[in-house]
Design a protein around this ligand. Structure first.
Ligand SMILES: *Cc1c(COP(=O)(O)O)cnc(C)c1O
Length: 364
């Protein structure tokens, strides 16, 4: 189906960020956004591109009270020949369907997501940055805004796509990889069996902020979450999936508990490691196994994976008041190779040998 969304251009374009090496993460937003509405009996309707601006929202809208919402996170890249491309959008579409199902949010056809992304990036195409480590972050989200305090799925929803030119998530300005310190959180939990851990929803984050505040007290950038039942097995690092390389085996938490967000970067890492003949296991891994490996010298690498940071190596874990060094605390070879290949494919610097890149058919 062809969509031809009406466009209202801004009459007041914003100044572009001056220095592409200092974009930060989601500090700047582009001139336009995509909006669409859902009503009972009608479905999704009135897709449109409008100037990026504050929304009018009734204070009694259900999302402000009961958090019925979802989001996705993607990136658009500009290749050397000006082609605009995104990464594995079929996976975002599938995940969005699972999140919506969990949250009782009406299904949004994948072709609408893609058409909306294309329509809004078309208007803001000169906002796609090109400096090393940069990309145009795409944030699609849906929320219920029925005026109601009954704890029932809303009868009206809004779908928006906003865009932000971004640098590296972990504040490295040169586009290169840097190791971070991570705090092992054994008091608060992120997600429990039967909860919403596998869904990309704001509520998972609201409940996690207390733990991130703790992490900062220990000079750590983020939290390594342990499982909710025993506080023993590693799950995720902040807003990213976590990988541990011990004795030449790369280990990540399995998805079957329903508490892990199935990252598209996670899936890509697993596929690349398999292709390269690196031993990769999706299995439970205890924090004790990791601290022991740090002490006996078999802990080779830890890294986080996600759209925002792509690959983010960890140099130190802080657990129970003690620092555990990951090998020599420097960027490991597997993390570096994964980053180079993923970001290389995403930006068109290396051949897309996995068939993961999706060209939007827009040229800057
Ligand atoms: C989005 C997200 C990830 C990473 O998913 P990607 O698809 O790789 O960006 C990991 N963990 C959590 C909690 C997330 O919200």
């Amino acid at each position: 189906m062809e969509y031809n969304f009406p466009v209202t251009r801004t009459t007041n374009p914003k100044p572009r960020p001056e220095d592409e090496t200092k974009l930060g993460f989601a500090r700047y937003f582009t001139d336009h956004m995509f909006c669409m509405d859902w009503d009972e009996g009608i479905g999704w309707h009135d897709g449109r591109v409008v100037p990026h601006a504050p929304l009018l929202i009734e204070p009694a809208s259900c999302v402000l009270h009961y958090a019925q919402m979802m989001f996705e996170g993607m990136k658009a890249y500009r290749t050397a020949d000006g082609e605009i491309q995104i990464f594995r959008p079929d996976m975002n579409i599938k995940r969005m369907a699972r999140t919506n199902e969990r949250m009782c949010i009406p299904e949004l056809p994948g072709e609408i997501l893609l058409a909306g992304i294309k329509a809004v990036i078309k208007e803001d195409i000169d906002w796609v940055p090109t400096a090393p480590g940069t990309a145009l972050y795409i944030r699609p989200f849906i929320f219920g805004d029925e005026v109601s305090f009954s704890v029932l799925p809303a009868k009206h929803y809004r779908f928006l796509i906003i865009l932000s030119p971004t640098g590296s998530y972990y504040a490295a300005n040169d586009g290169g990889l840097h190791c971070t310190r991570i705090y092992v959180q054994d008091k608060y939990i992120r997600a429990a069996k039967g909860g919403t851990g596998y869904a990309k929803v704001g509520g998972n984050y609201g409940g996690g902020m207390r733990a991130s505040q703790d992490a900062m007290k220990y000079d750590c950038k983020d939290v390594l979450w342990l499982d909710a039942a025993e506080h023993k097995y590693v799950e995720e690092i902040g807003t990213s999936n976590a990988f541990f390389r011990i004795n030449d085996e790369v280990i990540t938490a399995p998805l079957d508990s329903g508490t892990i967000l199935p990252g598209i970067t996670r899936d890509s890492v697993i596929q690349l490691l398999r292709r390269w003949g690196v031993k990769i296991s999706e299995r439970k891994l205890s924090i004790d196994e990791i601290t022991k490996a740090s002490e006996d010298g078999t802990l080779q690498e830890i890294f986080a994976s996600g759209t925002a940071a792509v690959i983010s190596p960890i140099g130190t874990l802080n657990y129970n008041g003690k620092d555990y060094l990951v090998a020599d605390g420097k960027v490991g070879p597997v993390a570096q190779k994964l980053y180079d290949n993923l970001y290389g494919m995403q930006t068109g610097k290396i051949e897309d040998y996995m068939g993961w890149v999706y060209k939007l058919g827009l040229k800057a």
